[in-house]
Design a protein around this ligand. Structure first.
Ligand SMILES: Nc1ncnc2c1ncn2[C@@H]1O[C@H](COP(=O)(O)OP(=O)(O)O)[C@@H](O)[C@H]1O
Ligand SMILES: [Mg+2]
Length: 382
């Protein structure tokens, strides 16, 4: 493959980082002006854009897209600001190089080199991906995901993978099991290059015969090994083993999660009935709208409902502009009991109102047909 490194000033990045992939490596030094002419003339397969300022990088990408749509462009941005990432997402750039290590460069090249038409072979089994995000920390996204996942596997006789992406320091495992878990997300993403089905099944935690769990790393050194490209690769690799993959997205949207959010079939926003939560929920929906995430794929789930909530469901719906699709009751003693027993609440109290609501929710998902294109597919076709 012919790789072009384009930067305004000489880019001190060694050639040998690209040699495993590049049959030809060219460097040019130019600002946004004149870049597209040189790219057109050189006809590389892949362009890495070096140190261009934000506005110039966007202009250069759009220019190259207009004149040579078959050329893949990857911008290098050491610490991308969220608004820049959003802009890139909106123009269909889903791969950004954020450090110039051999590993990061290799990952990004391998990812963009995958032929998407082959990845989506007709008749290939399609996994459904659901995300759970708390409008505000403590809303109960993790508790609901744990119980929903276990109930879904049972009711749908489905193979389900639960992934704790609530970085850093997610706690999904404590709502499922009291057993220590040997391998976390950092271990799995590090093995992604040699991860066949056998190794993956040996490393992933088996909660029962239908449900597997990948917990969040618990130390900061381990958390930073989890990156957007390696999580995406891991998820693509293991998708064929499951019917559903559920992601705990914590209570914020960041670059690692953006790559997963665009692949979701459904995203449940979990909120409680109070003013701070209504405000955060409304902000979350607005952000998703900016990302062109289809409103049809989002649902608003109310947790911890009691007779004494500070705002009502209609007030919440009005504030957010979205109908509530599911409500789960406050079950304080039930939750404490389940945590003490190290088992999901729906198993420790299978006849509780909480368990009934989870069953209803699962039934509604099992009835819903899969439809729609991913965020990237829609962004790319614009
Ligand atoms: N329906 C509920 N009834 C009682 N306690 C709940 C309920 N949902 C969540 N909790 C409690 O609230 C706290 C936060 O829940 P968690 O799922 O970890 O929130 P999040 O993941 O949204 O930050 C936990 O202590 C949990 O046990
Ligand atoms: Mg959580």
């Amino acid at each position: 493959m012919h790789i072009l490194l384009a930067s305004a000033l000489p880019w001190d990045i060694p050639d040998d980082l690209f040699t495993p992939w590049a049959s030809k490596l060219t460097r040019i030094h130019t600002g946004a002006d004149g870049l597209v002419e040189q790219v057109e003339q050189l006809q590389p397969n892949l362009v890495f854009l070096g140190d261009l300022p934000q506005h110039d990088a966007i202009t250069a990408i759009l220019d190259i897209r207009a004149h040579a749509p078959h050329i893949i462009v990857i911008p290098y941005i050491a610490s991308p600001a969220p608004d820049f990432l959003l802009q890139l997402m909106r123009i269909g750039i889903n791969d950004v190089l954020t450090d110039t290590s051999a590993e990061a460069i290799g990952e990004v090249i391998e990812r963009v080199s995958i032929d998407p038409t082959k990845a989506a072979a007709p008749g290939a089994k399609t996994v459904r991906r659901h995300g759970f995000i708390a409008a505000k920390g403590g809303a109960g996204a993790t508790l609901l995901l744990a119980n929903f996942g276990v109930a879904l596997a049972k009711a749908g006789n489905a193979r389900v993978l639960l992934v704790d992406l609530s970085l850093p320091f997610g706690d999904l495992d404590i709502y499922l099991t009291a057993q220590p878990i040997a391998h976390d997300l950092a271990d799995l993403v590090e093995e992604v290059d040699r991860l066949d089905q056998g190794l993956f099944k040996a490393m992933v935690h088996h909660l029962n015969d239908r449900v597997d769990v990948i917990p969040c790393p618990q130390t900061f050194e381990r958390v930073i090994r989890v990156t957007a490209p390696n999580v995406a690769r891991l998820m693509d690799q293991v998708a064929p083993y499951y019917d559903y993959v559920l992601f705990d997205l914590g209570s914020s949207i960041d670059p690692v999660k953006l790559g997963i959010i665009e692949t979701l079939d459904q995203l449940a926003i979990v909120a409680t009935l109070d003013v701070p939560s209504a405000r955060r929920t409304s902000q979350m929906f607005t952000l998703l709208q900016h990302l062109d995430f289809s409103p049809g794929k989002t649902s608003l789930v109310i947790n911890r409902q009691t007779s004494r909530t500070s705002i009502s469901i209609p007030e919440m719906e009005k504030a957010v502009g979205k109908k509530v699709s599911q409500t789960l009751p406050e079950t304080a003693s039930g939750v404490a009991d389940a945590l003490a027993q190290g088992a999901p609440l729906i198993e420790t109290q299978p006849h509780s109102p909480f368990a009934h609501e989870i069953d209803d929710w699962v039934a509604s998902i099992l009835r819903t047909p899969r439809k729609g294109k991913s965020l990237w597919q829609r962004l790319r076709s614009k």
